[in-house]
Design a protein around this ligand. Structure first.
Ligand code: HEC
Length: 246
């Protein structure tokens, strides 16, 4: 009995020592034998691309494939904290015309046969321009316009962007010739596209598009966005009367 116990204790001591010594390596930077490697170093999981590798093992089936799933149609993205951004996140209530399928490739989008573009003339810009936010609005508008629109529409909004000047593109209007457009029509055209202009629905948020609508108004009338002491907008010409009220 005593002998058996001694032998067992001896065996236990030898195996524990072997395990402890075996965990050591000569490399001072090596963590040695890891029993639960995931607890020390979690495998990198990247949302948009899967390298298919977990600790040296490669899974060819998922290698270099997008691992994040496309959100279901109609999903409402929700981000930001300011009420203006959040209130503009709900889906745009006007549908594109059925013709946009052929003209602008809007397949898989809810379409309509009614003339929503004409109806949109009555929609006012829900992102209100005030004496307080005008400077920031035009600064943001310029930023977006420079990145997304200027190459076609031109720095001055006259339709002579580098794409047009180079001869690669034609038919871009001078904004001044479209002063009669309602805010909602501009939104509709930027959102779904019009003629040779593509849809910007996937590149810009609705708040950004409404910001651009204010910015385009400024090309149509340099006084747009100037306010008098009482806080009323001074510009009237070339701006639909009711834009100043909303
Ligand atoms: C690829 C070139 C191109 C780009 C980029 C582009 N546009 Fe256009 N845009 C056009 C053309 C062409 C038209 C004329 C469409 C028509 O009336 O057939 C147009 C028309 C418009 C109109 C008048 C729409 C109407 O209902 O008559 C507005 C407003 C406008 N663009 C704003 C923008 C803004 C803002 C951007 C940037 C987000 C932008 N565009 C980007 C080419 C472009």
């Amino acid at each position: 009995m005593n002998m058996k116990f001694k032998a067992l204790t001896g065996l236990a001591i030898v195996s524990v020592s072997a395990l402890i010594l075996g965990s050591c390596t000569a490399n001072a930077d090596s963590p040695g034998l890891e029993y639960m490697p995931d607890m020390y170093r979690s495998p990198a999981i990247e949302p948009y691309v899967d390298y298919g590798e977990i600790r040296g093992r490669i899974n060819e089936d998922v290698k270099l494939q997008q691992s994040a799933l496309t959100p279901p149609a109609g999903t409402v993205p929700y981000f930001g904290k300011d009420s203006e951004t959040v209130s503009l996140m709900l889906p745009y209530f006007r549908k594109a015309n059925i013709a946009f399928r052929e003209t602008h490739g809007l397949y898989g989008v809810d379409l309509t046969t009614s003339d929503e573009y004409t109806a949109a003339a009555a929609d006012l810009n829900p992102y209100k321009l005030t004496a307080d936010n005008a400077e920031g609005m035009f600064k943001k508008g310029k930023e977006l316009y420079t990145a997304m629109c200027q190459h076609c529409h031109g720095e001055k909004g006259d339709g002579n962007g580098p794409m047009v000047v180079s001869g690669a593109y034609a038919g871009v209007p001078n904004y001044k010739d479209r002063s009669a457009l309602g805010d909602g029509q501009m939104f509709y055209s930027i959102y779904y596209g019009k003629g040779a202009m593509g849809s910007h629905a996937s590149q810009l948020t609705k708040k950004e598009i409404w910001t651009l609508v204010h910015y385009v108004r400024k090309f149509q009338n340099a006084d747009y966005g100037k306010f008098d002491a009482s806080g009323a907008m001074t510009a009237t010409a070339a701006v639909p009367a009711d834009t100043t009220k909303n």
